[in-house]
Design a protein around this ligand. Sequence first.
Ligand SMILES: NC(=O)c1ccc[n+]([C@@H]2O[C@H](COP(=O)([O-])OP(=O)(O)OC[C@H]3O[C@@H](n4cnc5c(N)ncnc54)[C@H](O)[C@@H]3O)[C@@H](O)[C@H]2O)c1
Length: 335
Amino acid sequence: MRIAVAGAGRIGTMHAANLATLEEFDEVVLYDPAPGRARDVAASLGGTVTATDDLGALIESCDGLVVATPTGSHAELVRAAITTGTPVLCEKPLAASLAEMRELVPEIEASGVPVVVGFHRRFDPATVELYRRLHSGEAGTVYHVRAVCNDAEPPAREFIAGSGGLFRDCLIHDLDVIPWLLGEPVVEVYASGSVLVDEAFADIGDWDNVVATLRFASGAHALLSASRHDPAGYDCRMELFGSRDTLAVGMDARTPLTSLEPDGPRVRPNAYQGFQERYRPAYIHEMLTFAAIAAGEVDNPSPARDSLRSLELAEACEQSVHTGLPVRVGQPAPV
Ligand SMILES: NC(=O)c1ccc[n+]([C@@H]2O[C@H](COP(=O)([O-])OP(=O)(O)OC[C@H]3O[C@@H](n4cnc5c(N)ncnc54)[C@H](O)[C@@H]3O)[C@@H](O)[C@H]2O)c1
């Protein structure tokens, strides 16, 4: 498969490096409008990775496009790809606003071209196993979920302004994956946010520490938190409390957590420092699944329509922080 990667920044470079290790992809071609960037990244990766300056010709000639550009450009690139019938894996979020996404999703569905949204946790082996145990009934009725998503270090100041904010940039992964795991709608959110790390977040009306409560139609709850700074490392994990079992994702020998109990876990020198290493198996599985989807062999586990739900929840969280009130979303009403 000849695969194109648009955007040779943080995640585009990571995807290209991962793709270059997989025999399913014969050629990986990078495009980036920043002068020389795609060529430099291709040279540093070597092997099957090359670069081009002609994005239009690349989209028409490749077997699949990975969109790894800033969020504001996603809709335009996805449209360009589906117009030529090219399958797309688009980084999250699919579009910058709910209004834009409401226009784009019907266009994608009408085209019949596969568009996979890069919510990598849907491809993460431990999360997929949690999905299986929930949907087989092994975990029983869900009582509540707790989720943590902490970056080790805050992003560069230049990134903050274009990030979309902590709910859309970061917590959106939990807002996507938890309703997917539970298989039921959220009916109400309540959220709160603070600036404790860097006033640069306040300057753009964002927060660097947030919490959110989701109430599901069944009455189950999820308690979510995210921070732009965790001195112990990159900490992304989830605990699920059900009537038959209590299960965790993201608890392993590299989890950046120190228990004060004598036999509890300790932070180790190789604690996770970023999403690239914490979720490497998920990103690899994501690309292999994309190849299978493009070949028509498997169903799409992260379709465009589901992205409407997570962005709606992110916007509801922001509204809740601003008003200090819970926000009702979707139907039916809470029990
Ligand atoms: N799934 C995840 O875990 C994850 C993690 C990080 C970022 N992301 C998402 O990936 C996207 C990119 O984030 P990033 O951190 O890599 O950003 P980045 O700023 O590091 O890189 C973006 C790159 O895209 C290039 N670019 C800009 N406009 C372009 C265009 N029209 N066509 C092609 N290239 C273009 C820029 O020159 C830059 O090199 C964002 O939407 C972000 O939300 C997802």
